[in-house]
Design a protein around this ligand. Structure first.
Ligand code: FES
Ligand SMILES: [Fe+2]
Length: 407
């Protein structure tokens, strides 16, 4: 598998079964991945499953901590738990009834006399997977010898901690089954170069030109100024409908008619600091600039989190086991909950196939596009992706992949 050049990426990385297999063998078993949310493991025995490629992991709250196991029965290999969340006192395999504790021990073998007396029950417990909680997420690594999550995340960890994600609550939880490679999806959210073509109606709220890219070890970040009209617009004074809507969403009092759109970001910062002084919020870890910017983190290889002062959005791209042109993308939205407001109930998870539901107008525009990117890539008239300066994170992802996959 040849390493990627600085500006050109072979398309087979997105279309070939060979590269998908190389990822399954050398990448996914080695990296830390978000398996789910800590808030879904409220009490002893709360659990959820996490599926990626042909692997499935069972994550469970146990003795105040969190444990993760390969989701497979040690008897004849049946998948132990179906996908989803739940509450268990123990895990019983539906095939022959072997039963495991929430700590993963094999507690009961049906008709034990049918097996040799020296059956090694201890060795037949569920196989452990490395597991850590951080920032409200449960992370797993299939490699038991993996470096710690802290080491893996490097500088990303402190930068996200500054937002105090514990003050946020989940408000939307969606999964979309998409006909494209998982990297087609990651790439689209790792650049804003496409904004003026794919999302022209949001140019009134985002400066897509003065975007800063930072490489954070194998991970990366885009810093995108929001509440500022794009320099591509002829009239940058006008407060358009999208900007009005965003201000309302951020809880900023209505503007007087004379306010220029170029001053709106200052109003947003001022409003958040006022609410902070009133004891409603704690954004003390954030600079004034951050209050009106999006810090978009790409956590290698497949997790992205857009941090804003008042909200966050995560995307997790999961490859299909055998089809390089298929993936699942999980989108979760979080709101910062002011101190005197009670947290909303957990929203129900919704899953659907592409074309059968919506992830919101802007993300739908992306998905419409991505399906066509995957189709285009299969053309014999296309061989390599050409990467520009605004798409650095895409090249960076591939260099990261090379550290796991290239020989
Ligand atoms: S496969 Fe699980 S009890 Fe037989
Ligand atoms: Fe987009």
């Amino acid at each position: 598998m040849s390493p990627v050049s600085n500006q050109q990426i072979p398309k087979d990385r997105y279309t070939s079964k060979e590269y998908l297999r190389a990822e399954a063998e050398r990448l996914w078993p080695q990296v830390w991945q978000v398996a789910g949310l800590s808030c879904d493991l409220t009490s002893e025995g709360s659990y959820f499953t996490f599926d990626v490629t042909s692997e499935s992991v069972l994550v469970v709250r146990h003795e105040g901590g969190v444990r993760a196991f390969h989701n497979v029965c040690s008897h004849r290999g049946r998948r132990l738990c179906d996908p989803g969340r739940g509450q268990a006192k123990s895990f019983q395999c539906p095939y022959h009834g072997w039963t495991y504790t929430t700590g993963g021990k094999l507690a009961r073998v049906t008709d034990p006399d049918a097996f040799p007396e020296d059956l090694d029950v201890e060795a037949l417990g569920l196989k452990a997977v490395a597991c850590e909680e951080w920032a409200g997420f449960v992370w797993v690594n299939l490699n038991a010898q993996a470096p710690s999550l802290e080491e893996y995340l490097g500088p990303v960890r402190a930068q996200i901690d500054a937002y105090r994600l514990g003050d946020f609550a989940l408000v939307e939880d969606l999964t979309l089954d998409m006909p494209c490679n998982w990297k087609v999806c990651v790439d689209a959210f790792n650049e804003v170069y496409h904004l003026s073509s794919v999302h022209p109606e949001i140019l009134g709220v985002v400066d897509d030109i003065n975007v800063r890219t930072e490489l954070l070890g194998i991970h990366g970040k885009l810093v995108v100024p929001f509440y500022v009209p794009s320099p591509r617009l002829r009239d940058r004074q006008k407060v358009d409908e999208s900007l009005q809507w965003m201000l309302k969403e951020a809880g900023v009092p209505p503007l007087d008619g004379a306010t220029s759109a170029l001053d709106v970001h200052k109003k947003v910062r001022h409003s958040i600091r006022s609410r902070e002084r009133a004891g409603e919020l704690d954004c003390s870890g954030l600079s004034d600039e951050q209050l009106s910017e999006s810090h978009h983190f790409h956590v290698f290889p497949n997790f992205q989190i857009d941090m804003y002062a008042m909200k966050a959005l995560t995307l997790r791209a999961r490859p299909h086991a055998t089809d390089p042109g298929r993936m699942l993308v999980d989108q979760q939205r979080f709101d910062r909950i002011p101190r005197d407001i009670s947290r909303p109930p957990r929203p129900a998870h919704k899953g659907f196939r592409y074309g059968k539901g919506s992830l919101g107008t802007v993300t739908d525009q992306d998905m419409f596009n991505l399906v066509r990117v995957q189709r285009g890539m299969s053309s014999s008239g296309f061989e390599t992706l050409v990467i520009g300066a605004q798409e650095q994170l895409i090249g960076h992802l591939h260099r990261g992949l090379d550290t796991y996959i290239a020989e």
